[in-house]
Design a protein around this ligand. Structure first.
Ligand code: NDP
Length: 312
């Protein structure tokens, strides 16, 4: 195994250098890790590179996303059709995602949204305490991250449902699992919290619309930690206005950064964070990618690559 070149690209040069150093240290001798496109590169590691990144590197054997999602890569029209794409699987994001989602679910459970409103009105009024078992939480997206969040919430006593595309083996006995279009209405019916943790694909774009909010319980809560464009934004505003939803926690938005004049910013029922629910940790991510590159070079299996036809 010698003379394998790996190119790394991020828009921020100091961050790119950190990636390079971490990958080089994890790969060791026999691999050469460089920043920026290199015509000799065998593997590329990137986050949203320009179109020229792929045309400049004709010898690539695979590309690795610096994220769990790949929508930013699949949109690049110079990405070679047959080039395998690998994405980060957890790599330290699962624990962050659990903390983020648990915090937002507890915000609802503990009535913090109502107490926040009451504070502004100087109103001292106690609401009955609720237990996690009184809240039904649904995960749309039950993959690497969705499963971790679902299990964590189930372990805390929430009633948890999860929805995925393909029928698969049962993952967890305490989670009510749904799959496929026919089960979508049963999954949504009466949900008090809906967490979006699915990728953005042709099938999922705009899937969270007014009909979804109609099916959920009144005064429910939406948490979007997947991708902004899963959501029909005007439908969300309508549902917040007419009481179908009590509130929404949005970590992602269709346009990022969220434009300064966007109605979400000042909406009293919306909590916004700037796409930080689970950030890429360079160390664990570089080690995961390096292990896969080394395995590919040894001809060993490295798990599932992205299926271009389903978009994730
Ligand atoms: P996975 O690919 O492991 O899981 C995706 C899940 O979505 C799978 O359960 C899949 O179903 C399901 N899914 C895909 N398409 C559909 C569909 N049409 N209908 C129903 N279910 C569908 O991804 P991860 O768990 O690693 O990540 C999920 C997403 O979270 C990423 O794509 C990214 O967009 C987002 N993310 C956001 C972050 C943030 O900071 N806000 C950080 C990290 C990720 P099946 O199991 O049947 O394949």
């Amino acid at each position: 195994m010698s003379g394998i070149t790996v190119s790394v690209h991020t828009a921020d040069p100091p961050e790119c250098e950190q990636w390079r150093a971490q990958l080089q240290s994890a790969l060791g001798d026999g691999f050469r890790v460089v920043t920026g496109a290199d015509p000799r590169a065998h593997y590329a590691v990137a986050w949203a590179p320009s179109a020229g990144f792929f045309t400049a590197q004709p010898a690539l054997r695979a590309v690795f996303s610096m994220a769990a999602g790949v929508d930013h890569l699949l949109g690049i029209d110079t990405l070679p059709q047959m080039l395998p794409i690998y994405r980060l699987e957890d790599a330290g994001m699962g624990a962050q995602m659990i903390r983020y989602c648990r915090h937002e679910v507890e915000h609802l459970l503990l009535d913090r949204h109502r107490y926040g409103r009451q504070q502004r009105d100087a109103s001292w009024h106690q609401h009955p305490v609720r237990e996690p078992a009184e809240l039904t939480v649904g995960l749309f997206g039950y993959g690497v991250l969705g499963q971790r969040v679902a299990r964590a919430l189930a372990d805390e006593g929430y009633r948890v449902r999860a929805f995925r595309r393909r029928v698969d083996q049962r993952v967890h006995e305490d989670i009510t699992e749904f799959a496929g279009q026919a089960q979508w209405p049963s999954f949504l019916n009466g949900l008090q919290v809906l967490i979006l943790l699915a990728p953005l694909t042709a099938q999922t774009r705009g899937i969270i619309d007014g009909a979804v909010f109609d099916a959920m319980a009144k005064n429910s809560w939406l948490i979007n930690v997947g991708r902004g464009a899963l959501l029909d934004e005007p439908a969300l505003l309508e549902a917040l206005g007419d009481g179908r939803l009590a509130g929404a926690s949005l970590d992602v938005s269709a346009r990022e950064p969220l434009p300064g004049d966007h109605p979400f910013w000042l909406h009293p029922q919306i909590r916004i964070t700037p796409h930080v629910a689970a950030v890429t940790l360079i160390g664990p991510s570089a080690r995961q990618i390096a292990a896969r590159i080394a395995a590919l070079e040894r001809g060993e299996p490295v798990g599932r690559s992205v299926d271009r036809s389903s978009g994730y």
